[in-house]
Design a binder for this molecule. Structure first.
Ligand SMILES: Cc1ncc(C[n+]2csc(CCOP(=O)(O)OP(=O)(O)O)c2C)c(N)n1
Length: 584
């Protein structure tokens, strides 16, 4: 049976099990939008292609499935670039379909021509300009295979208009031809055994958990490993929720704005077991001074991560689902044969740090509204079960720090690229992927204004996302750096709180708009927002404009230099620097 290239594309997506495509049409991709009308695919018409890209990411984060976005050539395709770079940095499986000018026009500076495979080569796991209509099914099948297997990531398929219009015989499944692409096999048993032995012997171990644990859905085996070995667990910004924050072994987030206990435990430990984490500079601080006395076990599906920043003593390459299950089994056997691990003293110490140097802020009843207070109330009112999506900046850190996460895939953010404008469209994708669940975006006023137009998409699609704007009137995180590192010389960070009027803006977009200026009103306003079930709700929280994010390790410094912040006395800071547990 013969079909057009466009029909082959749509059928391939259907056969691939795709149910949702985020996109916006234009000239070169037009042929594909025609068969879309009669397909089983649901297309969500975004207001900006960046929104389509982040929505595909949000869908992928929330469901574990591949997110799909579609755009036309030239500006449509280049508007996807930020989302592709974001997905690449955070290993998010998405497939981007772009239209391209007709093959005969390529290289002529034709209208809306851009070399999108050239542009995105360094920010995609794979991309392909398809020049043969008969290859479309294979190109799509390969794109989904590459995006979702091994270390996940974005793949782009560029389809010239004449290729979409040409005809070819249809058959499925196609033969995939990927000679250079290999997904790691099972981990080496000897490495697992060696890692388990180190963990069994360690007196001061830390499980350093990264986004790979979420992506491989291996949180249950992680919990078993932690409990069997009695090893404290730190979850990075990419892994919040992979281990419940309320668990006695949970240390919280490590890194630049991490919990004192997590940061210091990594500095003092004798063994780091890094699981799907990449020793990112935001976690290690000054690399040469990071965890000086620790042996390192590093498990990751991507061999390129092993030894990239820190040379491990034991390297395990493999799917963390398998690695963690086998590590837990090996640890259980060692405990059965040789007795339990000896970490009680270490747990007492790390728990002491948690108690002495917690997150601290002051919410005066009639003082300015603190962002931390809003997050804590949201956490309490939702039992930690919301799907939380964040923008980038202070609000992101406050959300990650103060929300008590209970489960994986309940936290979605832009970790590696730090993309302002991520939250609203990613929340849209998450809500479509997990209908019926509560999706809450915590966004900064700066971030929100970068992609706010997707509220229109959400309203039309009837998506009841909650967007909590922490409106401090500033590009807050940059303001904080100017305060601390540029002697309060504030330069181009003031946005003002009243333009736009976020309540009116929300209403103009067909959403419910609410405002909250006082701590005493937070619960009532959140309750109102949570009660809306048919359209998005936007809440303009007028938050304190001078609030900082602490603790903080200044960029480039050693994690030993962690600053607790203004809520702690000089004596407490000194005790923390000496790593003392102060008797109560
Ligand atoms: C697209 C983009 N541009 C610039 C930055 C640099 N940047 C990081 S945080 C930040 C401020 C964010 O301000 P806002 O959204 O109001 O959040 P707040 O920090 O106040 O919570 C900026 C400008 C970025 N991360 N992304």
């Amino acid at each position: 049976m013969e079909v057009t290239g466009a029909q082959a594309l749509v059928r391939s997506l259907e056969c691939q099990g795709v149910d949702i495509v985020f996109g916006l049409p234009g000239g070169a991709i037009l042929p594909a939008y025609d068969p879309l009308r009669s397909s089983s695919l649901r297309h969500v018409l975004v207001r900006h292609e960046q929104g389509a890209g982040h929505a595909a990411e949000g869908y992928a984060w929330a469901t574990g499935r591949v997110g799909v976005c579609m755009a036309t050539s030239g500006p449509g395709a280049t508007n996807l670039v930020t989302a592709l770079a974001d997905a690449y940095m955070d290993s998010v499986p998405i497939v981007a379909i772009t239209g391209q000018v007709a093959t005969a026009m390529i290289g002529t500076d034709a209208f809306q021509e851009s070399d999108i495979t050239g542009i995105t080569a360094p920010i995609t796991k794979h991309n392909e300009l398809v020049t043969d209509v008969g290859r479309i099914p294979a190109a799509i099948a390969e794109a989904f295979h590459i995006a979702s297997s091994g270390r996940p990531g974005p793949v782009l398929v560029d389809l010239p208009k004449d290729i979409l219009q040409a005809r070819c015989p249809w058959s499925w499944p196609p033969v995939m031809d990927l000679p250079g692409y290999k997904v790691p096999g099972p981990p080496e048993a000897a490495r697992i055994a060696e890692a388990a032995r180190l963990l069994h012997r360690a007196r001061r171990p830390v499980l350093y958990v990264g986004g790979g644990v979420v992506k491989s859905d291996s949180h249950e085996a992680l919990r078993e490993l932690a409990e069997v070995t009695q090893a404290p667990v730190t979850t990075t910004l990419m892994a919040r929720g992979a281990f419940p924050d309320a668990h006695p072994l949970a240390l919280g987030m490590p890194g630049m704005h991490g919990m004192y206990a997590a940061v210091t435990a990594l500095q003092e430990c004798d063994l780091i077991v890094a699981l799907g984490a990449r020793f990112d500079d935001r976690v290690t601080g000054k690399l040469a001074a990071f965890a000086p006395g620790a042996k390192v076990v590093h498990a990751d599906i991507d061999p390129a991560e092993i030894g990239k920043n820190r040379q491990p003593d034991v390297a395990i390459v493999g799917d963390l689902g398998v690695v963690l299950a086998e590590l837990a089994r090996a640890a259980r056997e060692l405990v059965a044969a040789h007795g339990p691990t000896d970490t009680a003293e270490w747990i007492a110490r790390t728990s002491g740090w948690k108690r002495c140097y917690p997150l601290r802020y002051t919410q005066d009843a009639d003082g300015p509204l603190k962002p931390q207070h809003v997050v804590e109330r949201l956490s309490a009112m939702t039992g930690g079960d919301a799907i939380l999506v964040a923008g980038v900046g202070q609000h992101q850190m406050h959300a990650s720090q103060h929300y008590s996460f209970t489960r994986p895939r309940g936290w979605i953010n832009s970790g590696g690229l730090g993309t302002m404008g991520f939250a609203v469209p990613a929340a849209m994708g998450a809500q479509i992927g997990r209908p019926g669940e509560l999706v809450v975006a915590i966004d900064g006023d700066g971030c929100f204004q970068m992609t706010a137009q997707e509220l229109a998409t959400c309203a039309i699609e009837g998506l009841p996302i909650k967007v909590l704007i922490f409106n401090n009137g500033f590009l807050g995180m940059v303001r904080q750096w100017q305060e601390l590192f540029y002697e309060e010389r504030y330069s181009e960070v003031h946005l003002g709180t009243s333009i736009p009027d976020y309540v009116k803006l929300a209403e103009a977009y067909g959403c419910v708009g609410l405002r909250c200026e006082q701590a005493g009103d937070v619960d009532a306003v959140l309750e109102k927002a949570l009660a809306v079930t048919d359209v998005p709700t936007v809440v303009d929280f007028r938050t304190h404009d001078a609030e900082g994010v602490f603790p903080m390790v200044p960029a480039g410094h050693s994690n030993d230099d962690i600053v607790l912040g203004p809520e702690f006395t000089a004596a407490e800071q000194q005790a923390a620097t000496r790593r003392e547990v102060i008797a109560r």
